[in-house]
Write a protein that binds this ligand. Sequence first.
Ligand code: ADP
Length: 514
Amino acid sequence: MLTSSYFHITQVQKIFAETSIQDADALADLLLRNSYHLMLENDRYNLQLMMEEVGESKRIKRARILGREGVVSFSTNADEVGSVLVIQDESCTFCHISESEALVNVPAQDRIRTLSGYQYMNVTRGIYNEPNCSTAACHAHPPEQEKIGVLDMVISLDQMAYLTHVHHNDVLLSTLVMLVLLSVGHYLMTRRYICKPIEGLLHETKALAQGHLNARVVNPSRDEIGELGHSFNQMAENLEHAQEELRDWGATLEQKVDVRTAEMQEIQNQLIRSAKLASMGELVAGIAHEINNPLTGILMFASLSSKHKELPPQVKDNLDLIVAETGRCAKIVRGLLEFARESVPEKTPSSINTIISQTLELVSHQSIFQDVDIVCQLGEDIPEIELDADQWQQVFVNMIINAGQAMPQGGNLTITTHFLEAENSVHITIEDTGTGISREHLDRIFDPFFTTKSQKGFGLGLSVTYGIIQNHGGKVDVQSSEGVGTRFSILLPVENPGWTGTGDRGEGKDNQDA
Ligand code: ADP
């Protein structure tokens, strides 16, 4: 703005000066034209009078007509008429730059001078000899004379200087006002649209850094700073969300640890049980294999001997006792071999509901179920599963008979099946209202030879059951409370991983042969 103002001022100054020069030239021409006829008529009195009247004008400081050799012929100052100017005179030096050299046209700008703080301009016009002059009655100028005189004028440029000054001040003032207005406007705009939003953002950032996660930029604008505000709000929201999650997680951590510990405990129990069964299986298989052959021999010979007709009755009774007890031993050995065997199950797509129904039909007529109310709630949407139906019948026989034996005074036996779609498994429960299992026995019921039935049981039923369920990729769980009842839950996957074998349970093949 300052540069443009400076340029504007100098331009206007130049225009003013040019206009003043044109005015001065026009004035000189006018004066010469007016004096022309007075000079032709040699009316010196009126010419001098005109010069003096011209001198009245404030703009014209001085006007004079010089004759040959610098004689002042007419002048606005009547006192100097008749005086002679020398070439060194201040008014002569405009054109006479040296004794011998005189300029015909002095450039307009060079004619302006400043004297005692006032600007003035010198206008000089040559007065040339014309035919009318040389033929005039006065015969003052012979025809061979080229120049007969000079008009010398000094015109005041005060008016121009005043106008330039006023214009100069106006431009400066308006520039200053514009500068102030622009500066104030710029300050207000910067404050409103840049400083304030940044201050707000800074304030909220500090608050966030001090842990106030609810710090948010209010009403972010639509410009880049507003976008920054939006991003900040998003970041603070995510941070708050993450901290809430962390807090929740911390609160439930203890609970999760408890649940996980219980799960780990259960897995550990199962591993211990599996390891125990594996080592037990090896031992049992070895013993059963060794005992089975001599036992078969004893049974066969005792049986043959007892059929001999000539035997004394006492001996026959003893031999029958040997056959009965050996048969009992053989039964135990068969149970042991069943527990320890490694047989490939004959898997066919089977309905678990059908197996349960058939098993119930088989065992429900036994006297132990006389006072037992059997309820069967079998799910309808249960898919067929690839399994060994005989083995699973054995599982249900063991569990149902155990339940019946636990309810000597009668009670309720409830069998249910459900298809769990999410786990793609069948959930089977066998629940009775019998005597229940004490806490110290609960961990041992799947161990081989663990029984609480003295003479009636061998303690192999549940261990065999456990093996079969495991070999079909399933899980078994038991909940019991004394005097209330027992509930077995089996989870059997529909697509079971197949036969895992019981090779860890010992010499299955030999046992099968046996
Ligand atoms: P056994 O029936 O020959 O004793 P098991 O392995 O089938 O052998 O069972 C082991 C033990 O588990 C049983 O002696 C009994 O104490 C306990 N038991 C099994 N099922 C039940 C049940 N439904 N109610 C109470 N006790 C049970």
